[in-house]
Structures are given as structure tokens and as C-alpha cells.
Write a protein that binds this ligand. Structure first.
Ligand SMILES: [Zn+2]
Length: 274
């Protein structure tokens, strides 16, 4: 059995603010340990359930938060950016299932710790085929392109609620209750690990009945920026349509093209070095 884990940080128990989410924050190193412990708990349960091949992507911030020196032998770790498949880089049709760990609700959701979609600074919202989506849904469609189902989503109660229509069969693992954007009532880490282990086990036991989330045919992406300039400049490209002052539309032949365009739009800058 081969399993992919896409790991984000905002949905980890005990993590709520900027002070924990990047290397400039005073409590980031400690938060990296909490994050790594949750990933290790899921890996351990997957191994107990018979998964011999596991790939993890560190998909938060710099992509350099998980402690690779604590990963058990045989586990692969995807780090840093850019990546065409974003938070799902490394997924392909050889995987039996995927897990979204530490995820958070989307920018259009009024509830949830650090509710945002890919960039809290730059992106207002993201819609696919006319429906607003969060990062978990984008990840699910990328996995779905390869026929891989999302077996489990972990994070606060808001994200677990948000994905119930896109991924009704996936196993939720709620490790904290959101109070506001920067506040939560969290389980203690040891209790969060118990929740993650039991949800992982249930997800693996049910994996054959869980269907992939698939967007077939061309996919229309409406991307709304917080500012004017990215919208104006992207609309110079012949395959991009400007819908209004903040919004552009791109139509991809499949979700992979959508992901490449989205990653380009968020990462390109002419002063990139080296
Ligand atoms: Zn993140």
C-alpha cells in the first residue's frame, strides 16, 4: 500500500498565530515539532496498517518546517517551492490514497483558524467551475486526476465541516475547535495524536469504499486577488481573461494545467534569483 500525505501547519493542534507559522515567529521551532509529531503519528499508524511506501509533502510557508531528521527510513519528503502541483507535488496514479493533514478552511469561510486560500496576503478567493474552493478541495481534485481518493482530512472543526460536500466519504480528524481567525480551543498534543491515529486507522479500513473527487473535462478557474496589479498583468497573457478589477479567468484542459497556472500566478516575479 502506497500513501501520500500533504501536510500543512495551520490545522495542527496548538498552532494558531503568526508567531508559530514562520521562521520569523518566536515560537516557530516549537511549532515545527508539534507539526512533525502529528505527521509521525500518521506515518506510524499507516505503517501499522500495512503501508510500506509513504511520501509526505511539507506544504506550508517555506516548505521547510517538517524535521526531515525525524522521518523514519523509507519515507520520502517533498520540500520547498516552486512546484507545479503545489501542495500535492509527488502525487501520481501509483498511490492508493492521500491524507490532508493540518489543513484549514478557505478564504471565503467566515469560520476557521487562519482561513485562507494559498496566500492570505494576495488571494481573496478561488473558484473552480463556478464554485468557491479551499486548498483541501484543490488538493482533492489533483489527487482525483490520478484516481487517488482523499482518505482523511485533519485540522479544526471548520475545515472538517467545509469538505463534507466535496469529500463526503473522507474521515475527519478534528484536533481543535476554531474560536476566531487567530484563536482555537485545542486538544493537548497527545490527545490530538490519538485522534489522528484512530482516524487514520478508520480511513485505511474504509479506503476501498472512498471515491476520488474528479473534475473531468476543461476546468475554469476564477482567481480573485486582493490587489489590482496581479490581475492587470496576468490579463496581458492571451489565454487569461480579466473579469473585473480583482479577478481573472483561466481555462485549463485539466486540473494539472490549472495548478501550473495558479502556481505561476502566485510565484512569478521578474526579480527572482537565482
Ligand atoms: Zn499553511
Amino acid at each position: 500500500m502506497k500513501i501520500y500525505i500533504s501536510a500543512d501547519m495551520e490545522g495542527v493542534a496548538g498552532i494558531v498565530t503568526d508567531a508559530q507559522l514562520g521562521p520569523e515567529g518566536f515560537d516557530w521551532r516549537h511549532a515545527c515539532d508539534l507539526y512533525t509529531d502529528e505527521v509521525l503519528a500518521v506515518i506510524s499508524e499507516l505503517r501499522d496498517a500495512g503501508a510500506e511506501d509513504i511520501t509526505v509533502s511539507d506544504s506550508h510557508g517555506t516548505g521547510l518546517n517538517l524535521r526531515i531528521d525525524r522521518m523514519p527510513p523509507g519515507v520520502r519528503l517533498v520540500q520547498s517551492w516552486p512546484r507545479r502541483l503545489g501542495m500535492m507535488e509527488g502525487i501520481d496514479d501509483s498511490f492508493d490514497g492521500a491524507i490532508l493533514l493540518g489543513y484549514h478552511s478557505g478564504s471565503h469561510n467566515p469560520h476557521g483558524v487562519r482561513a485562507h486560500t494559498m496566500s492570505s496576503a494576495n488571494v481573496f478567493e478561488l473558484a473552480l467551475n463556478g464554485k468557491l474552493v479551499c486548498e483541501a478541495e484543490l488538493s482533492a481534485y489533483l489527487a482525483g486526476h490520478f484516481g487517488v481518493p482523499i482518505l482523511m482530512v485533519s485540522g479544526d472543526d471548520a475545515i472538517c465541516q467545509e469538505v463534507t460536500t466535496t469529500m463526503p466519504q473522507c474521515e475527519p480528524a478534528i484536533v481543535k475547535q476554531a474560536i476566531s481567525y487567530h484563536s482555537a480551543n485545542s486538544l493537548a498534543p497527545a490527545d490530538a495524536i490519538d485522534v489522528l491515529r484512530s482516524s487514520t486507522r478508520r480511513a485505511i479500513d474504509r479506503r476501498r469504499e472512498i471515491k476520488p473527487s474528479v473534475l473531468s473535462g476543461p476546468v475554469t478557474m476564477d482567481l480573485t486577488f486582493k490587489n489590482h496589479r496581479p490581475t492587470e498583468l496576468l490579463a496581458y497573457l492571451p489565454n487569461v481573461e480579466q473579469l473585473d478589477a480583482h479577478r481573472v479567468r483561466f481555462v485549463g484542459n485539466d486540473i494539472l494545467e490549472i495548478s501550473s497556472f495558479f502556481e505561476f500566478a502566485l510565484n512569478y516575479s521578474p526579480d527572482l534569483k537565482p
